[in-house]
Design a protein around this ligand. Sequence first.
Ligand code: 5GP
Length: 129
Amino acid sequence: MSATTGLPPYDDSNIFAKILRGEIPSRRIHEDDHAVAFHDINPQAPVHVLVIPRGRYVSLADFSAQASDAEIAGFWRAVGRVARELGLEGSGYRVLSNMGPEGGQEVPHFHVHIFGGKRLGRMVPATER
Ligand code: 5GP
């Protein structure tokens, strides 16, 4: 655990770190100084895109506590821009970030999911524990 945040340390071998370094291929649709966006390998909706910061942040908790104002602003501007460029603004979309074990986070590099392309229903279905 990090002494400052109580969160696990960043693991440079996580799959999104490898995608950022170009060691694993991805279908990138956007990249800039602060963020990279690519299609999810296992889409849960007609449009399912992941947006990740370039910085080494484990989760939303880590990112919100440790990232600079410029990184946070740049990241969220990229999220909005990607959704707009995907043509989702008229129909609407959902942004979701899983944080930690009970949030269902599998990849320990902060990311948001953008879902769209169909009526998504309300919130999140219950899953088994
Ligand atoms: P989490 O559960 O951590 O919020 O979401 C991780 C997401 O990463 C999942 O939706 C999963 O399908 C996606 N994912 C895992 N490995 C890869 C990969 O190698 N490439 C891409 N494009 N997506 C991945």
